[in-house]
Design a protein around this ligand. Structure first.
Ligand SMILES: [Zn+2]
Length: 272
């Protein structure tokens, strides 16, 4: 049943993404259907987990399954961590004004985890005005704490632990964002109790794809310019001047006919 629901949801989402793109967006944006479609299909092939921040064996299964799909090694010693870093498979995570490291013995992680920390901490600072605190990254199996699960993915470098903030609003923000990213199937987050923290396993390929789509959307938006209609203009003259088409202008502005008026502000799609 769950599978059926997921499939229906997928098709509805894809259908709405496609119709929305075709009806309202400029031709320049049509190119996003493909990557978005692929990522959605890839994302939806991952089984649905609890989608809450409560830990479960299903959640652990999923984290290990993703590690396996990426062909990740469970690194056993500190020397191997350094070797992986020297090969560029792990990158050093250095604190910025938006986040700090607290008692992190091995400040290395998969590049996508570093990207996640960079993006999340920037948004976290804007949303609640405090630094994010990272308490663990890659941990080789022989240095795992006693109470760690023997199925922990920390030795692969795809996990990060975030300190539980004393500020309730910051916790609410973080839990909402982690929940949304979990629903987008790009990570698995768990609220742990001993000590209180959020354990986040990033799904590297899925997360990188997700960020790429967001960045392309932003780039496309900024590629659009606004044009204020002057008297004597027509859609045809504006289209010709900006090397676009009347159809694209109509789509970008949700216009049915050709009527425009002086002073009207039109979005002019980028020259494609
Ligand atoms: Zn953890």
């Amino acid at each position: 049943m769950r599978q059926i629901l997921v499939s229906v949801k997928t098709y509805v989402y894809i259908w709405s993404a496609m119709t929305k793109t075709v009806v309202t967006k400029s031709a320049a944006k049509r190119v996003f259907i493909c990557p978005l479609f692929l990522i959605l299909v890839v994302a939806w092939t991952i089984p649905v987990s609890s989608q809450s921040l409560r830990g479960s064996s299903k959640s652990l299964d999923l984290q290990n399954q993703v590690a396996e799909e990426h062909d990740f090694t469970y690194i056993d010693t500190p020397e191997r961590v350094r070797y992986f870093a020297s090969q560029g498979w792990l990158v050093r995570v250095s604190p910025t004004r938006n986040f700090q490291l607290h008692a992190v013995s091995f400040p290395f992680a998969r590049p996508e985890v570093a990207l996640f920390i960079e993006r999340l901490s920037r948004q976290y600072m804007v949303a609640c005005g405090e630094q994010l605190v990272i308490t663990s990254l890659t941990r080789p199996t022989e240095r795992q704490p006693r109470n760690a699960s023997d199925r922990s993915v920390h030795p692969t470098g795809m996990a990060v632990d975030l300190r539980y903030s004393g500020n309730q609003n910051c916790r609410a923000w973080l839990e909402r964002v982690l929940g949304e990213l979990e629903q987008a199937r790009v990570l698995e987050a768990t609220r742990e109790r001993y000590p209180p923290h959020y354990h986040v396993a990033i799904f590297p390929n899925q997360y990188a794809g997700y960020v790429e789509v967001l960045q392309r959307r932003t780039a496309s938006r900024s590629a659009e310019i606004s044009y204020t209609v002057r008297s004597g203009d027509s859609l045809w003259t504006i289209a010709r001047r900006h090397q676009t088409t009347v159809d694209d202008l109509r789509q970008a502005n949700g216009l049915r006919g050709s009527k425009i008026y002086a002073g009207q502000v039109l979005e002019v799609p980028a020259n494609h």
